[in-house]
Structures are given as C-alpha cells and as structure tokens.
Write a protein that binds this ligand. Structure first.
Ligand SMILES: Nc1ncnc2c1ncn2[C@@H]1O[C@H](COP(=O)(O)OP(=O)(O)OP(=O)(O)O)[C@@H](O)[C@H]1O
Ligand SMILES: [Mg+2]
Length: 379
C-alpha cells in the first residue's frame, strides 16, 4: 500500500499554469521532500494533497483510497505550516488538544461546565488529556503545557505544532517549510528531531522546503520541482551524484556544479575549455553539449605540468574555509570561474593570478544535452 499517490495533477491560477502533469508515489513509511525554488508550486501541491486547494485534473489518493471528493478533515492528514498557526488565546495543552476535541466531543460537550457534570464527557476529556501528555512527552514539551504561545521560543512553538499534528495519529504528515522561522542553529536541531519523529512514527511524511541541506539530510527521497514540474524523484545520493537534468545538477550542491560549453567531436571525444576529453556522448560530431563536474571531482596541477593535462586557467580567488579550500579558476568555455575543492595542504602556495590546470576526474564528468537532459557517456 502506498502513503500518498498523485496521478497527473494539473493546476492553473487564472491563465498561469502552476502544476503540470505531476505524478508521484510516496511510500507508506517514506519521508519524501518536495524541493524547489520559490514559486515552483510546492505549497500548492501540498495544499492539494491536504484538500485545502482544488486541482483542475488528476487524482489524489491517501493510503490507497481516492480522496479527491473528501474535505480536508476527512482525509486523515495533518498539516504543519511555516507559521505554526497556533491559537494565541489557548494554552499549549489546549492547542495540542484541538484536533482531538473537534473529533471526539460534540459542540455542547466542549462547554466547560458540562465536562464537570456529565460523566461520559469527563472520561472522554481524561482520554484527551492523556493523549496530549503522550505527544508532549514525545516532543519534550511537557513543562510548557500551561503556557500561552506568546511565552514560547520559535523552536518550542514549532514543537507544539508538531505535537498537535501528532495527537490524532494521521495517515500522513504534510509539512510546509516548518523550520523556516527558526535561526540556523535551531534549524539543524529541529531537522534532526523531525527525522527522528519520522523514524518513531513510521508513517508517511511529505515535507516541503527550498533548503537543499534540509532535503539532503532528512529525506528518503527528494522530488525536485521547477516551474510546476517534477524534474527528478530519487534518493539524496542519486540526486547529487547522478542528476537527470542540468537544472537539478545546478540547483543541488554548494558550491554550484562547474559547467563548461562543450562540443561533441569525432572518435568519441568531447571538447571543452580548450582541451579534448575521451568521452563518448553518442551525439553527432559538432553537436553542442554541457560538460559538468563538482568542485570535489577535480584537482589543480601546475600549468607547467609536463603531461599538459587539464583545463588551462588562471586562479582568481583562493577561498579558505578551514577544513576546505575552494580555488576559483577562470577557464575558457565557462562564464563563471571553475571551482575546485582542495585540502588546506593542497591549497598551500596557490595564489591569485597563478596559471594552473584544472584536472576533472574523467569518470565523474557529467554531460547534458542542450535541452538539459542528462547524456550517459558511453565507453
Ligand atoms: N491563490 C493564488 N492565486 C494566484 N496565484 C497563486 C495562488 N497561490 C499561488 N499562486 C502562484 O502559484 C505559483 C506557485 O506558488 P506556491 O505557493 O505553490 O510556490 P512555492 O513553491 O510554495 O514557493 P515558496 O517556496 O516561495 O513558498 C506562484 O507563482 C504563485 O504566485
Ligand atoms: Mg510555499
């Protein structure tokens, strides 16, 4: 059985298409992240799953059951927003209890006096209290239960929102940038907490972010989205090492992947940056393509290297980050400097203005067609 299934979802706002033919299968116990730049349609897609937004065509299923005709509260999903949407006049305990009181108590049973007099209501309230305590305990916010949201830090509010999502044991958790209001240190901690929560609850998580380090560290799989389309859905490792599209390769990874304009040549060669690489692109000689490699997949050799291997260039900047040194080299065929990661020892003696050669590892070079599609180099 699958957690969340999307089939050919399309959505337009007025004349603008926001989602085009989005199909996706999220496993029952999978942590899937929708990752993409601002405005690419992530929130809209998540809201369609939650039933907060309608789609023009396509199908949404949750737990193997079509939910297109169901209202949000009938879909058995919990949504956590960036803003947390806590009720300011209620205590933490009351906030966490909201989904349970809505579900288990009729409107008249929620009146304060009734609870005190009617026994069945008193019992049901005690159950709700116990569930709230369990969720608070899991997220270590028990000492905060009597406070109001205004008396909490950003990280604590975020945990209250998670606890509220957790109490009703939903079929799937839908999270829209829940960490974006936290400062950098807290984000790293909260990221680990959410990943841990997923491991304990063993249920479907669909998580939206435009932060690639969040996506890389938390997810089983990442769905990279741009312009309302899914470009690639794969594990973080595959997305990084084997991007299916140039836009994915460029979006993922810091520093940005190096790209050079190249041309396919006779005899299984590709020319870029003034040298020829023995890479068989399978394209006709003369066809243009993009040659790409990551900063850690190249090294720097002296310009006078007898073999004369590598891309000739000139050092523009040596950026020392302590553990890593990034050397920026102006090379032919690349609009931006090519960036090479070296160790602090390897960076010793390198200086601005020095002529060098950049030697990419041949097996780690990626080729892309003019339309951005990845080309597998043939042996
Ligand atoms: N109610 C609406 N009416 C018209 N256009 C909308 C509406 N909601 C969203 N859009 C547009 O749809 C596109 C996708 O928006 P969406 O909020 O899904 O993006 P996002 O990927 O979540 O971006 P961000 O990372 O900034 O949150 C944007 O161009 C946005 O302006
Ligand atoms: Mg959004």
């Amino acid at each position: 059985m699958s957690g969340v299934t999307l089939r050919s979802i399309n959505k337009t706002f007025g004349a603008t298409s926001v989602l085009s033919d989005v199909s996706l299968d999220v496993g029952e116990v999978e942590f899937l992240t929708l990752l993409g730049p601002s405005g690419c349609g992530k929130s809209t897609l998540l809201r369609i799953v939650a039933g907060l937004e309608t789609h023009d065509s396509g199908e949404v299923s949750i737990g193997g059951r079509p939910v297109d005709h169901l209202r949000p509260r009938e879909r058995d999903v919990a949504m956590v927003f960036q803003s947390y949407a806590l009720y300011p006049h209620m205590t933490v305990a009351q906030n966490i209890a909201v989904p349970l009181t809505m579900r288990r108590l009729r409107p008249w049973q929620r009146l304060p006096l009734v609870g005190a007099v009617v026994r069945s209501v008193r019992e049901r309230r005690a159950e709700i209290d116990a569930d709230v305590r369990r969720a608070a305990d899991a997220l270590e916010i028990e000492p905060l239960l009597d406070r109001k949201p205004s008396q909490l830090s950003g990280g604590q509010r975020q945990r209250v929102a998670l606890a509220r999502a957790m109490v009703r044991q939903p079929r799937a958790f839908l999270m829209d940038e829940p960490l974006s209001n936290l400062d950098a240190a807290l984000r790293v901690q909260a990221r680990a907490e959410i990943a841990d929560l997923h491991r304990r609850l063993r249920t479907t998580f669909v998580y939206v972010t435009h932060d690639q380090s969040e996506a890389m560290t938390m997810s089983d799989r990442i769905a990279v989205m741009m312009g309302g389309r899914l470009l690639q859905v794969a594990s973080p490792g595959t997305i990084y090492d084997s991007p299916a599209d140039l836009r994915v390769a460029v979006f993922i990874g810091s520093p940005r992947i190096n790209t050079l304009d190249g041309i396919a040549r006779e005899g299984g060669m590709v020319e870029a940056g003034g040298i020829a690489f023995p890479l068989n692109s399978g394209l006709l000689a003369g066809a243009s393509l993009t040659v790409a490699f990551r900063a850690e997949h190249a090294d720097i050799a002296p310009a006078s290297d007898a073999n004369g291997e590598g891309l000739p260039g000139e050092i523009r900047q040596v950026e020392n980050l302590g553990a890593d040194v990034f050397v920026h080299v102006a090379c032919r065929g690349s609009a931006q400097p090519v960036i090479v990661r070296v160790t602090p020892d390897g960076g010793y003696g390198l200086a601005r203005g020095q002529p060098v050669r950049v030697r990419p590892i041949l097996a780690r070079i990626l080729l892309f067609a003019p339309d951005g599609r990845r080309i597998e180099a043939r042996p």
